[in-house]
Design a protein around this ligand. Sequence first.
Ligand code: 13P
Ligand code: SF4
Length: 394
Amino acid sequence: MTTTEPLDVQPTALALLLLGREADPRSERGVECPGDLPAPSDPDLVARARAAKARLGDRVFVLGHHYQRDEVIEFADVTGDSFKLARDAAARPQAEFIVFCGVHFMAESADILTSDDQRVILPDLAAGCSMADMATAEQVAECWDVLAEAGVADVTVPVAYMNSSADIKAFTGRHGGTICTSSNARRALEWAFGQRPAGGGKVLFLPDQHLGRNTAVREMGYSLEDCVVYNPHKPNGGLSAGQLRAAKMILWRGHCSVHGRFSLESVEDVRARIPGVNVLVHPECRNEVVAAADLVGSTEYIIKALDAAPAGSSWAIGTELNLVRRLAKAHPDKQIVFLDKTVCFCSTMNRIDLPHLVWTLESLADGKVVNRITVDPETERFARRALEQMLALP
Ligand code: 13P
Ligand code: SF4
């Protein structure tokens, strides 16, 4: 049967997100870029970006995360992992504009760590992070109530991965915790366990269960049984009071949609294809992948390991594809392959492209501040406390 009745179908939040329109109230990011962007086919984009950056001079400082596209990285004054970029942003008080080529939570952190008269700009407001979206302020507040009910909130220290919204960072600061990144997660956990009475302390690690588990189990000698997973979509997180009391690590049920795709099969497959290959993965990968790898570390660690590797060695890298491709190009004397056969860019990191960067730089040079990222003062106060605790880690 056919019908001529119009279908009353409203686009879902996800469809709007993909179309780059309107707002998704469940997301830590915006979803639209209100600019008149140059066409991606414009042959003058590189020259326009250069000219606009030159017009701005020292007034602008461009930060580029390692997962950014080559066309964007070319214009970065510094590149780094999220820890290095947070420090670099804080160490540049003379720059009027910090253009953050990365994702929303990184730009928020930069705004928190810079002075009030510095303006942090994200070239595309839709560059969010699906992992950061997996922990909302309401869910985390509810989790804390569950811990209080089980009688363990007093002995629990929150440790939040940098990949979280400013609200989650503020929650962490309010409850005496710290932020961490993939390059200092072990130091953050050691500090956190040292904050509570000997033997009785626990950590609530959010939002990446994998980084929390991998750091505790692989680097600190905790067992998988010491870890429980709090699922915000289940009553009481899906855990009994007894399970919460027995756990050392309470892991939030979040993950990275890029690193979560690497599997044990990808490791076995590459070992069969390339004899003697070194498997090097990011700690956001699943525990069985990390356990099967030869080396594990943050993006900055991965870059340094390849710099130090002997010519002729073979490497399979489990992290975002823009970085792996750049590393393969930079080291023609080594065999560097992507760990998984299916292509795997981070789609939100990739939203920052040359047209968005040109539009941003030209707008700033013309005196128009676009896509400014600001965190409200109350959130900023407590989030800064947690970020400064991270920067002060031994
Ligand atoms: P790092 O920059 O800390 O290595 O984290 C990787 C990542 O997923 C950033 O979003
Ligand atoms: Fe988020 Fe993963 Fe992309 Fe990093 S790589 S921004 S954690 S989705």
